[in-house]
Design a protein around this ligand. Structure first.
Ligand code: PFF
Length: 464
């Protein structure tokens, strides 16, 4: 009955697709490539892949099993196991509160590009200043963000099962095929710049795949590690309560071990291919200088790829931005859904009323973030060495600071207080074979606490 009330998923595929719908979003297609490019390509990629197979798997397993075993959302899951550690659940709630402030802003950017391509003005989007002049203008980013947010709020209003599940089934496979096609095309590009230097897609591929250890210092390595870890949290939607809540919707006959491996694989494959689609292209058109451009990377490089395709590029652009828009929507829906579910639980208000207040909160904060590129513009040097505006600061607080802290606390709680066996038993429910059981126990007890402590201190700038 409890499951029914909370709109449980219809089965294993439904759960995997809904979780993938939350996990796969602008994090994979926008955030991963710009971090990988900024951190030099191959080295970041290598670090990220190692982290997915170790930390990603451990954290995802913990969240989903904790949710299913307790049948509770993050706010209550920890306290129902052990009241003294209940504060972790409250802390996780802060993450979607912060991410919500800027996710819809990026959703608005994607919406803007979708509308530009739909109206046949794709060539304009490939011009050098297009992106900057758009985000620094006062009204347009706010208008697009508000439309994006309104669509998100509408979906949340209709409930998890109908909204997220149905959406993800259609969008995810299509997005995957599309990204693969564009990635392969990117590799065929070639461009000669004003100084006569020709760069090809395959040169760019080498930058993306081959780690460059030249001049690597300990502090730079820690920064790459922190960037990769923050990306892992954000991309897999772990350590923010969301996968705990999703886990609580999962029926006992679903094979968690298999579902987790599928989510991990799908999320990483999309990120990897997004990098393959964007990094060689930016290298071809702008060289290594262009690679450091940060959040604008996808919006600057992809239109150039599409315009190099001639007429076909307009159609590819339309379909592509529509797909990203849908991926962004499914993720944003999951963030807002968590906020609504938790708040209506905490304040004992109806879903309807809570949705209204959360939408209002999201709109007001996102307007402030949009204004961070004009009226409230300033440059703050972040402890990881990059310079950020309001959006980057919020991103830093949630992904680089809060999430290592939450993961550290969760690992100490699971590894040392209730012991890994508690989670392992849940994964093994129904005689499921948990292949990476030993790795899980070792990671959660020793490796996660140590590395998260170091990263947490690094996020405060202690080793810089
Ligand atoms: N994982 C999503 C992405 O990669 O875009 C972002 C996200 C979804 C963050 C859900 C937070 C969240 F609660």
């Amino acid at each position: 009955m409890e499951n029914k009330k909370k709109s449980g998923f219809t089965g294993s595929i439904g759960f995997v697709l809904a979780a993938a719908g939350s996990a796969v979003g602008v994090g994979n297609i926008w955030r991963f490539p710009y971090l990988a490019a900024r951190d030099g390509g191959g080295l970041f990629l290598l670090v990220y892949l190692v982290l997915v197979l170790t930390f990603g798997f451990t954290l995802l397993t913990t969240d989903i099993a904790l949710g299913r075993k307790t049948g509770k959302n993050a706010w209550n899951a920890f306290s129902c196991v052990c009241p003294r550690w209940g504060f972790i659940g409250k802390l996780t709630f802060l993450v979607p509160v912060i991410i919500m402030t800027y996710y819809s802003v990026i959703g608005g950017w994607v919406l803007k590009y979708t509308s530009v391509y739909l109206s046949g003005r794709g060539a304009k989007a490939a011009e050098d200043d297009f992106f900057i002049s758009f985000i620094t203008s006062k009204a347009a980013p706010i208008v697009f963000m508000l439309i994006f947010l309104a669509i998100t709020a509408f979906i949340v209003y209709t409930g998890v099962e109908k909204g997220v599940e149905r959406f993800s089934t259609i969008v995810m496979p299509g997005l995957f095929v599309m990204i693969l096609g564009i990635a392969l095309y990117s590799l065929t590009l070639s461009h000669t710049d004003a100084s006569g230097i020709t760069r090809t897609g395959l040169d760019g591929l080498a930058v993306y795949l081959i780690p460059d250890f030249k001049g690597l210092t300990f502090s730079r390595f820690l920064n790459i590690l922190l960037d990769a870890m923050s990306q892992l949290f954000f991309s897999l939607s772990v350590s923010m309560g969301i996968m705990i809540t999703y886990g609580s919707y999962v029926k006992k006959d679903v094979n968690l071990n298999k579902s987790i491996a599928q989510i991990e694989f799908f999320d990483t494959a999309v990120a990897f291919l997004a990098g393959l689609m964007i990094i060689p292209a930016i290298y071809v058109f702008s060289g290594t200088d262009g690679m450091a451009s940060g959040p604008s990377l996808m919006f600057v490089s992809l239109p150039k790829v599409f315009s190099s395709m001639g007429k076909a590029g307009i159609i590819v652009g339309v379909i592509f931005f529509l797909m990203i828009l849908l991926a962004a929507l499914t993720s944003c829906v999951s963030i807002m859904e968590t906020l609504v579910a938790n708040c209506s639980n905490i304040f004992k208000t109806s879903r309807k009323k809570t949705s209204f207040w959360i939408s209002l909160y999201s709109a007001v904060t996102a307007i402030l973030i949009c204004l961070g590129y004009n009226i409230f513009y300033f440059e703050l040097k972040l402890p990881n060495g990059s310079v950020g505006q309001l959006l980057d600061i919020m991103d830093y607080i949630s992904n680089s600071f809060l999430m290592p802290l939450i993961s550290l606390l969760t690992a100490v709680f699971i590894g040392w207080v209730i012991k890994p066996k508690w989670i392992i038993e849940e994964v093994e429910t129904g005689n499921v074979k948990f292949g990476r059981k030993k790795l899980y126990a070792f990671m959660i007890r020793y490796i996660v606490p140590v590395i998260m402590s170091i990263l947490f201190l690094q996020s405060l700038g202690l080793f810089s």
